[in-house]
Design a protein around this ligand. Sequence first.
Ligand code: KIV
Length: 275
Amino acid sequence: MSIPVRKKRISVPDIRARKGGEPLVCLTAYTAPIASILDERVDVLLVGDSLGMVVYGMDDTLAVTLDMMIAHGRAVTRAAKTAFIVIDLPFGSYEASPEQAFHNAARVMAETGCQAVKLEGGVEMAETIAFLTARGVPVMAHIGLMPQSFNTTGGFRAQGLSDETAAQIEADGAAVDKAGAFSVVVEGTSEPVARRLTENLSIPTIGIGASPACDGQILVTDDVLGLFSSFKPRFVKRYGEIGDAVAAAVDAYAEDVQARKFPTLDHCYGVKKGA
Ligand code: KIV
């Protein structure tokens, strides 16, 4: 498949214009080498706080800090030239007040050069989303399964399976749309709920464990590549087994080192040709 060459970086109006049209292709990126491979191949790169689990081996995302997000965000913005780059606001960096959220979102945007931030929450975060968007910070909302709230929701469970929780998620979607979010991640949500959100909201829905009807899809890149094997949620589809390829390459290297087959003199300095 040839990749269409993009000359300009994707913008908020470009993302909004994809509502009901060509699905948005979104993946996470935390490092420069991965970001540079993904850059021309996806529309949106998310520096997700999932990096706490995927890169740092944490059990959840709660201990991820703003400084970690900024460091990884910088690596990604240095490498990716045309994808739209969104950085997660980590737990504890935005919930206290709209002012706290603006202070930290502005830091993330100024220090990384990303195009938007993402935060978790629906009705309860609407005021903050309105405050940020009115002050030049584009916000991608995140509703349904919200990993930063797993202590109050009782774990990483699909949401919206009862009439009551379905109505709550639909109210969350309506609230973030009205507040000015330019798109919304719908995670781990009953399929009919995600479908209805996609039909009813004016902004693109980006699904993860949600519905094929969503306006875009996102997955954690390490899940897609077979690099993260601690667990595999039902909604993940593996498109590669890079973890196995890494293991095979390292086995071959170890074998060569032990057999003194690597390095050869070709890999050394100061060796005369033909010596
Ligand atoms: O942190 C993350 O990677 C995310 C995606 C799973 C949507 O929020």
